[in-house]
Design a protein. Structure first.
Length: 315
């Protein structure tokens, strides 16, 4: 019944509706409406109530399990939290309790210890971003796990494009850019079967700055946001796209799409390899998602290095 009340409030967002009107439409009592409205407020919806009337705040964008689940095109166990340490950490713990082949979505309104690649942290303040981990079971071996990362980057761009009508691009390997700023990052972690060498499960974590503005000073010149988006829609759209790619694992299809969106292709980049820093020209992304570059006439294959298009500086 909570969802039905929410549907009516959304239809009238910004307009006061009487409890009795809602009660009539749903054939329940006014008292029951009040109790459902209270539950919605507990879920985080901003609803003003006065003199038997209630009104949903127009800019209310709450992460809600039902709103996400109803948009998913295949079965997932969906978990929504207000605050966690890291959705990837929570997702990995859930793999055991949910059973072997369950696909899982874990999303949080904020993270206290969001993790990025290379042991970095991911800034995850409340209500302005998406902190999401998707657990899937693609039929791949450990060496192919980087392809899940490239598929996730394409899925993120396609989801943003569809939901926000904006055209993001990819900085190899795992960063999503919009307006020359990083708006999302992806961290994948695999659970490998020691006997077969195949992946039991892969956890794809993505952090998206939906309308985050107050970045810490060290991020302020690099990080940007999408300028707003309905978060539940974006969560579901990303999950659906990722599932689609991991289901068929049509490598060619997603890598072609990745190459089209990757803005370092054909450009000079600064490469950080351990303590070494050098300039190289990007020639291609191979079928394993690796970056093929040329340095002083020599071909090099990059797998895990950090690249930056700002020559002399790595961002
Ligand atoms: C990066 O930019 O280096 C990757 C950032 C990945 C952040 C996401 S937020 C959801 C998930 N949980 C985490 O702790 N990290 C990923």
């Amino acid at each position: 019944m909570k969802d039905e009340v929410l549907r009516i409030l959304k239809r009238n967002a910004g307009v006061a509706v009487s409890f009795c009107e809602i009660a009539d439409e749903l054939s329940i009592t006014c008292k029951e409406v009040v109790s459902e409205v209270r539950k919605l407020m507990d879920d985080g919806y901003v609803i003003a109530c006065e003199n038997q009337y209630c009104m949903l705040e127009t800019k209310c964008d709450v992460l809600n399990r039902e709103e996400i689940t109803k948009r998913l095109l295949c079965p997932f166990a969906v978990y929504v939290y207000d605050e966690v340490d890291s959705t990837n950490t929570v997702a990995k713990k859930l793999i055991d309790s949910c059973g072997d082949k369950t696909n899982i979505v874990v999303v949080a309104n904020s993270q206290t210890a969001g993790r990025g690649r290379r042991g970095r942290s991911f800034y995850s303040p409340p209500s302005t971003g998406i902190y999401l981990s998707v657990v899937l079971h693609p039929n791949i071996c450990a060496e192919q796990s980087v392809l899940v990362l490239t598929a996730a980057a394409v899925a993120a761009c396609e989801a943003i494009e569809r939901v926000c009508r904006k055209s993001p691009s990819i900085k190899w390997l795992n960063d999503i850019f919009f307006n020359e700023k990083k708006v999302a990052g992806i961290l994948t972690e695999g659970v490998v079967d020691a006997n077969s060498g195949r992946m039991n499960a892969v956890v794809v974590g993505i952090g998206i700055n939906v309308n985050t503005t107050d970045f810490p000073s060290e991020l302020s010149s690099i990080a940007g946001n999408l300028g707003g988006a309905p978060r539940c829609e974006l969560v579901a759209e990303f999950t659906n796209e990722l599932f689609k790619y991991c289901q068929t694992f049509s490598l060619k299809k997603h890598l072609d799409e990745y190459r089209k969106r990757c803005f370092v292709l054909g450009r000079e980049v600064a490469v950080m390899r351990g303590d070494d820093k050098f300039i190289a020209k990007v020639l291609n992304i191979d079928n394993l998602g690796r970056l093929v570059v040329e340095k002083n006439g020599e071909l090099l294959i990059l797998t895990n290095e950090e690249v930056s298009i700002r020559t002399g500086e790595c961002k």
